[in-house]
Design a protein around this ligand. Structure first.
Ligand code: DC
Length: 219
């Protein structure tokens, strides 16, 4: 037994799949993107804009981020406040992509993630789980899909929520975010040498979850 690391670009379906795999195996699901989003929310609330990032190192010291599990769901607390309802916006996602490039932000959140994985078996998803956070994970998966398919999925999600949006803008945002995540200096998004590549472009959610569980049973 051991931990499962799932990395990949935004919108590849990591969190949906990781949640299903965790449930099936009785593991705890850890969504590290939510932690970076909570930190980004703190930056936005502190008045830091995406083009003025010099203050991020100093500001992140004042953000106390903790994780609790309530009714089987991960809840992120920012300075004592449950922020789950505030972190899923495009504004927070874009800021998270910028502020997560900061080494002080990463150091603080990686420590929290490693502590969580020490006490229990986890399925953890993010960008650097297989490469940095859990280098000894029993199974590492790099989950991806084409930017077009990811944009279509995001568009459907937003439209279902009644949010008006433009699919071309969404795809451009995804491409920009991929570029930033893959080219940053610290812990860039990349497939770990020992990770298994799964391209979900032409797969259903159930097929991907089943594949990962099968892979886990063979390690
Ligand atoms: O997976 P997500 O969209 O919720 O992540 C938001 C941002 O956080 C993403 O642009 C990159 C960053 N992130 C990261 O740098 N490292 C992680 N382990 C998880 C997320």
């Amino acid at each position: 037994m051991g931990n499962i690391a799932i990395d990949g670009p935004a919108g590849a379906g990591k969190s949906t799949i990781a949640k299903m795999v965790a449930k099936e195996l009785g593991f705890i699901y850890v969504d590290t993107g939510a932690m970076y989003r909570a930190m980004a929310l703190f930056m936005i609330k502190s008045g830091i804009s995406t083009d003025k990032t010099e203050e991020i190192s100093a500001t992140c010291k004042d953000a106390d981020i903790t994780i609790k599990y309530e009714n089987g769901e991960q809840v992120v607390y920012l300075n004592g406040e449950n922020v789950n309802g505030q972190i899923r916006t495009e504004e927070v996602g874009n800021m998270a992509s910028v502020s997560s490039a900061n080494p002080d932000v990463r150091k603080k959140l990686v420590e929290l993630q490693q502590k969580l994985a020490k006490t229990t078996d986890v399925v953890m998803d993010g960008r650097d789980i297989g490469t940095v956070v859990l280098p000894d994970a029993a199974l590492k998966v790099y989950l991806t899909a084409s930017s077009k398919v990811r944009a279509e999925r995001r568009f459907k999600e937003l439209t279902a929520k009644g949010v008006e949006c433009d699919i071309d803008v969404i795809e451009k945002d995804i491409i920009d975010r991929d570029y930033r995540d893959m080219h940053r200096e610290f812990s860039p998004l990349k497939q770990a040498d020992d990770a298994i590549l799964v391209d979900s472009s032409d797969m259903t959610i159930d097929e991907v979850a089943k594949k990962i569980i099968e892979l886990y049973k063979t390690v």
